[in-house]
Structures are given as C-alpha cells and as structure tokens.
Design a protein around this ligand. Structure first.
Ligand code: R5P
Length: 296
C-alpha cells in the first residue's frame, strides 16, 4: 500500500505514512504558464494499492480536479486499487435542490469521483444532514469516519473539564455530540438552529441546563463562527463554567476564531483535515488505522 497526498494534504499524508512506518509517495505538481495543472507521479505504483489523501477545502474546484487527475493517472499507470481519503468533503452541503433549478453539487461530485475509477472512498465527519449515509450517493463502497473520539481525548487532556456537558449546536450535531459524550462518559444535548443567512444563525436551547457545568461544544465545521458564538451566549446565560469548543473541520472564514474568543472562549480547537492555526489534533492515526485494514 502506498500513501500519496495531493497538494492540500501532503503534510497529513506524511504523518499517515509515518504511522505506518513508511514514506509517502511523491508527486511533481506545478502549473503551466497558462494556469493549467501539471501532475507527474514519481513513485512506482504499478500493481500496488494506493491511498490518495486529498482534503477538498477552500479552493474546492481546483483540489477536486487535482484529485481526479491524480486518481485517473494512478489507474492509468497500473495501480491495482485507488482508495480515496477525502478528510474534508466539499459540496456535501448542497445535497438537495433548495430552490428550483439549483445544482445537486453533492451528487455531481460523487459521480466525478467514481468516473475516474476510484475503488473506495473514506470521508471524515462528512456534512450529512439530509443525506444520512454516504452510500445514498456513492455507488462504490464508502465509509464516513469520525474524528470525535480524537477530539474528545484532546479535550479531556487539554481542558481538564469536570464531567462536561457535551453540546451540539444544532440538531444535526447530535451524531457528533453522542460520540464525544460516550467517549467522555458524560451526557449530551443539542440546541435548535435556524439559519438566517450565510453568516447569521439563531440558536435556541432545548432541555439541557448548563448551570454550574463545564461544557464541551462539538460540531463538524466552524466556518464564520456564528453558530458557536450563539451557542456560547446561551450557555453563558445559563451559568456554564468553563467552555471548550471542538470541531473536525476548521474551515475558518476570516475573523471566526476572534469572534469566538470575544465571547469569552479561548479554548477552540479542530483537526488537520483543514490545516489552520487551531488544527491541534491530527487525524493521521484514524486514517492509518483504516489504511491498515485494506489488504494488498
Ligand atoms: C452546519 O449545519 C454545520 O454543522 C455547522 O454548524 C456550520 O457549518 C457552522 O457554520 P458557521 O461557523 O458559519 O456558523
């Protein structure tokens, strides 16, 4: 098995290869003067299985195209199987036609990934709100892993919170709150959220009362930080003690972390599915654990 990282995930691929006691495969990537991408596979992958790691974030169209180019090339050069690890999977949020005429981007992206011969796909805490399983859109075997146990372990070590109440800031976050709470042997609840615009949300509490409790808020994505800020305001008004915030994918629009710090929470962290200043937890062991299960 050879691990190769695309340009968004080369550091992560090296860490995964390190976990497996090997070195990541090498690529030459550059641009032609007209802006087109040049890609060359420098490692011999003939008759081998290849794990391609490429997070598709921030410049999703470019990174998706690079993934397609890479996978197609690997198959053409004789790779036996290409297993895609796409830690952050862009376009999953457009999984429905909310307005007449809209693109079903999620479906289009999965079709493209399949079209180049990808044999299997792994994602991490993919944004699954209306589509509840990746197998509803992928025809090839697909697996959605969770970084929540890793984030909960980190929270436990870093925050020294006492039996924290785990909060998911919206109904969809229940899947992640449940995993984190189970790992920390504690209880959880979710809030209700209405999105008013790209950067504005309204969040309302349900049953949980954070009075006198330490709290760990977990979510898949922090983008503008608006969701977390509203959740923190509620928790503070209820009388929460210390608050930690964890997310799998720190997409972080400009000013997001500052916004969260300003409502009195300094302890904000995420994983390296999206490299960022708060990517304090690596998903390399999670990916390596699954790469190991793929037989040569
Ligand atoms: C949406 O439902 C996601 O799970 C996150 O809650 C959302 O993407 C966070 O966005 P923002 O940080 O902009 O509020």
């Amino acid at each position: 098995m050879i691990v190769i990282g695309g340009s968004s995930s080369q550091a992560l691929a090296s860490k995964v290869a390190g976990e497996l006691g090997t070195e990541a495969g090498a690529l030459e990537l550059r641009r032609f003067p007209d802006g087109e991408k040049y890609l060359r596979v420098l490692t011999d992958i003939k008759d081998k299985n290849v794990a391609v790691i490429q997070s598709i974030h921030h410049t999703p169209d470019e990174l998706l195209f690079e993934f397609l180019l890479l996978t197609d090339t690997l198959k053409d050069l004789g790779a036996r199987k290409v297993i895609a690890f796409i830690p952050y999977f862009a376009y999953a949020r457009q999984d429905e036609r909310f307005k007449t005429g809209e693109a079903l981007s999620f479906k289009t992206v999965t079709k493209l990934i399949e079209s180049v011969g990808t044999d299997e796909v792994y994602t991490i805490d993919m944004h699954q709100h209306r589509v509840l399983k990746s197998s509803e859109v992928f025809k090839i075997p697909s697996h959605n892993l969770s970084a929540m146990p890793l984030l909960a372990n980190y929270a436990e070590k870093a925050g020294k919170l006492e039996k924290p109440l785990v909060i998911g800031p919206d109904a969809e976050a229940e899947q992640w709150a449940k995993i984190a709470a189970e790992r920390l042997h504690t209880d959880y609840d979710v809030f209700e959220k209405t999105r008013l615009g790209d950067a504005h949300v309204e969040v309302r509490p349900r049953r949980a009362d954070a009075k006198g409790r330490d709290v760990l808020i977990v979510d898949d994505i922090i983008s503008t930080g608006g969701t977390i800020v509203e959740a923190v305001k509620i928790l503070k008004s209820q009388g929460a003690r210390r608050i930690q915030v964890a997310c799998t994918h720190p997409i972080l629009a400009p000013g997001a972390v500052d916004k969260i710090n300003k409502v009195g929470v300094q302890d904000v962290f995420g994983t390296d599915t999206v490299p960022s200043p708060i990517s304090l937890v690596t998903v390399a062991p999670l990916i390596a654990e699954h790469v190991k299960t793929i037989s040569d």
